[in-house]
Ligand binder design. Structure first.
Ligand SMILES: CC(C)(COP(=O)(O)OP(=O)(O)OC[C@H]1O[C@@H](n2cnc3c(N)ncnc32)[C@H](O)[C@@H]1OP(=O)(O)O)[C@@H](O)C(=O)NCCC(=O)NCCS
Length: 169
């Protein structure tokens, strides 16, 4: 790691770095769908919030959230290996969750590769629940796990959620 890691809104100039992180850290073996022009379009899109985290060495992480009327979709999230387990993804997600809450979003959803145990553990730690397995979602024999975090019940009240604690036996 290279010092303090700061978060900010992404700019067009960030598109190539984000796209390359996506290819290496998220899309490895799947083909490159989130290439620089597509990322640039997401950064420019008014219904999409793209955040980056950076340190002195450059891009440390990023997250992309697309807003619908009541549902928001976490498109991509990744942190450089050198910056992991320092709370960077937690901070990125906290910003997105706060924005989604302010926008009146009821539920935030995402898909991840079913075998991605690290990301699944991360999302579970952040209050997401498994919402279904999607066979062949990324191609033959590459399933996705859908996860959701409810932000607001249909009666308008935020759901109770508590940080997970170690289970005592
Ligand atoms: C998943 C990922 C984004 C997590 O980023 P991170 O910045 O390391 O996560 P944080 O430091 O904010 O972790 C917060 C908590 O999540 C959990 N967590 C994070 N990574 C974990 C892992 N690999 N295994 C188990 N739990 C994990 C822990 O509870 C952690 O808290 P702790 O470090 O105090 O124990 C990162 O590992 C990554 O970029 N992976 C590759 C890309 C990817 O899989 N993206 C998600 C699918 S699109």
């Amino acid at each position: 790691m290279s010092g303090v890691i700061e978060l900010r809104l992404a700019r067009a100039v960030d598109a190539p770095g984000i796209a390359h992180m996506s290819r290496e850290l998220i899309e490895a073996g799947l083909g490159w769908r989130y290439h620089p022009p597509r990322i640039a379009r997401l950064i420019a899109d008014r219904d999409t919030l793209t955040l980056v985290a950076e340190d002195r060495a450059g891009l440390a992480g990023f997250a992309i959230l697309q807003f619908g009327d009541e549902h928001a979709h976490l498109v991509l999230l990744a942190v450089q290996p050198r910056c992991r387990r320092q709370g960077v993804a937690r901070r990125l997600l906290a910003w997105l969750l706060e924005s989604a809450g302010a926008a009146g979003i009821a539920e935030l959803g995402l898909e991840l590769r079913a075998g991605n145990a690290g990301a699944r553990a991360f999302y579970r730690a952040l209050g997401f629940s498994d919402a279904g397995l999607l066979p062949d979602y990324y191609g033959p024999r590459e399933a996705a796990l859908r996860m959701v975090r409810v932000l607001r019940r249909s009666d308008g009240a935020p759901p109770a959620w508590h940080a997970p604690t170690l289970r005592r036996s």
